[in-house]
Ligand binder design. Structure first.
Ligand code: FPP
Ligand code: MG
Ligand code: MG
Length: 323
């Protein structure tokens, strides 16, 4: 996904500063970490999460400039996300991300896991140095959520009994928690009211869920070229996402195929056909649109500005990825 460049216009200059800072923050301990930082924070990343933090910071600061602490929060957010991807690619045995080889594919799993650990630890250190206990609590909860979301996902592979509610809970832990809590933290650093802080949290929560649902739909509707991985990879790995869970309600044979883990020739293709032939994708689109709408409703708490508009556009852009 390459967001239309105009989407982040109000914070484009901030994002350039962020990219330079990130390389410097991570780079100087060890050549491996230096190479990893260059690799991870160089071109290619979408930087949606820090862009949201920066846009919220600008939307609440209005006339005033954003503070170095807001910038640092955006950097910490990207660092946490990147650390989770280093670990994720090991867990998922993915050799390519954003069209380039993943860290573990050239340094091996042992070093890649340690590099991910280092990034998590370093983000915690910078977090503590923000000297705001509430913000520390929000972002350290995110790190717990990321790990528990992945454990939940790992333990529920091929489990056809999981409900849409538990899928959404896992998606919150895996994806939405970071966006929700960093959005709220940006508000707290700008000293917004507790009510506005909750609205920012809920903007991030619903936007994050909408993002994950759209990603999960694209696994069925996109092309291998665009995704950078084969279509249907989630299903093949046993990750039962919204389109599958909805399709299971209509297509009992899908359960048989999933339960035997696509052991017989043609099983996966047949499962993909059953999903395409169901309301699963359409119902998932509606679910994503529902969360995108809720996200934008929570933004009503912010005064009008260019950054406010950009935050609304991000929600709309996410849905447009489906068409
Ligand atoms: C991408 O999902 C992965 C995440 C959003 C989070 C991954 C988190 C971990 C592996 C746990 C981190 C560990 C600690 C210690 C906190 P994906 O695999 O569905 O998507 P992809 O296509 O981008 O790989
Ligand atoms: Mg992955
Ligand atoms: Mg994964």
């Amino acid at each position: 996904m390459t967001p239309a460049t105009s989407l982040f216009t109000p914070v484009e200059a901030d994002l350039r500063i962020l990219a330079d800072n990130l390389k410097q923050l991570v780079g100087n301990r060890h050549p491996i970490l230096c190479a990893a930082a260059e690799h991870l924070f160089g071109a290619g990343g979408k930087r949606i999460r820090p862009a949201i933090v920066l846009l919220i910071s600008r939307a609440i600061m209005l006339e005033q400039d954003i503070t170095p602490r807001h910038r640092r929060l955006a950097e910490i957010t990207e660092m946490i996300h990147t650390a989770s991807l280093v670990h994720d690619d090991v867990v998922d045995e993915s050799n390519m991300r954003r069209g380039v080889p993943t860290i573990h594919s050239f340094v091996g799993n042992r070093i890649a896991i340690l590099a991910g650990d280092f990034l998590f630890a370093q983000s915690s250190w910078y977090l503590a140095n923000l000297d705001n206990l509430e913000v520390v609590k929000l972002l350290s909860e995110v790190i717990m959520d990321l790990a528990s979301g992945e454990i939940q996902q790992g333990l529920s592979r091929f489990d056809t009994e999981i409900s849409i509610e538990s899928y959404l809970e896992k998606s919150y832990y895996k994806t939405a928690s970071l966006i929700a809590n960093s959005s709220k933290a940006a508000g707290l650093l700008g000293e917004v009211s507790p009510g506005t802080a909750e609205h920012l949290y809920n903007y991030g929560r619903h936007l994050g869920l909408a993002f994950q649902i759209v990603d999960d739909i694209l696994d069925f509707t996109s092309t291998t070229d665009t995704l950078g991985k084969p279509v249907g990879s989630d299903l093949k790995s046993g990750h039962l996402t919204a389109p599958v869970l909805f399709a299971l309600e209509e297509k009992p044979y899908l359960e048989v195929l999933i339960k035997r883990q696509f052991a017989q020739e043609g099983d996966l293709e047949q499962a993909l056909e059953l999903i395409q032939d169901s309301q699963g994708i359409q119902r998932s689109r509606e679910l994503a649109a529902h969360h995108a709408k809720l996200a934008t409703e929570h933004l009503a708490a912010l005064p009008p500005s260019e950054s406010h508009q950009a935050l609304l556009n991000i929600a709309e852009y996410n849905l447009s990825r489906l068409y």
